[in-house]
Design a binder for this molecule. Sequence first.
Ligand code: PLP
Length: 286
Amino acid sequence: MSRVAYVNGTYSPRDEAVVHIEDRGFQFADGVYEVWSVFDGRLADFDGHMQRLHRSLNELKIEIPMTAAALGVVLRETVRRNRVRDGIVYLQVTRGTAPRDHAFPADVAPSVIVTAKRIDLSKGDRTAVNGAAGVTQPDIRWGRCDIKTVGLLPNVLAKQAARERGAYECLMYDEMGLVTEGSSTNAWIVDENGKLRTRDTQANILRGVTRAAILKLVEAEGVELDERAFSVEEAKKAREVFVTAASSFVMPLVSLDGVKIGDGKPGPIATRLREIYLEQARREAI
Ligand code: PLP
């Protein structure tokens, strides 16, 4: 849990940190967010998340609240004040506070909120060694999932469906039965023919920063990649299924809707990618 939060220029104890009831993040989910993983007090994939933040803000015509360097200072200071060695730092930028009206208000300053919390990384490592369960359900989200907005209710419902079925993640699928992504992760398979597959980002999915980092590693490892959507049925017949995100890194799924994937154990490609991704993320964190 975050003990100190940054809200619009002030660091306060978490329980005293508040935003206005007319903040457009609260009223309309009119805001965006980013999550960086933290290793040894340093931020992983710093530039990738910052670039996606700028893209999300730009798509919604929300003013960039401060330079990347200044934001970096706030993120690191929040990490420091919360004494986070390993964990995550969360940033939310909303359009700001204004009397409730659907259209954009004039001359409003964006709200900036930062929290940070510790995570016991060994817990995720243990889950990854045995592999996790996945479930599936239809994707009911809007048409701009490439923007990382705080409007996450369909994702919340999908994650809750996973939890209620004792699973780690819910993979969502479109009207063609093709997997879009996880509720808070990008989805991958090693198909029956041994090809690594993940949906291309021209579709309505988030351009995962971890996904992009993994794609580079895949190339360097010489793994054959087919950036193409796969169906739920293909996933159930796949040799491996795994998901990626800043907070999960690479997490193997060893069952999907109760169907065993491969031999029911994490496969070699997911295991190797987790290892080399973590190695690189730790090394390059700033
Ligand atoms: N897809 C969705 C819907 C997400 O919410 C997230 C992360 O929050 C991801 C994918 C993974 O993105 P990243 O690797 O940038 O954390």
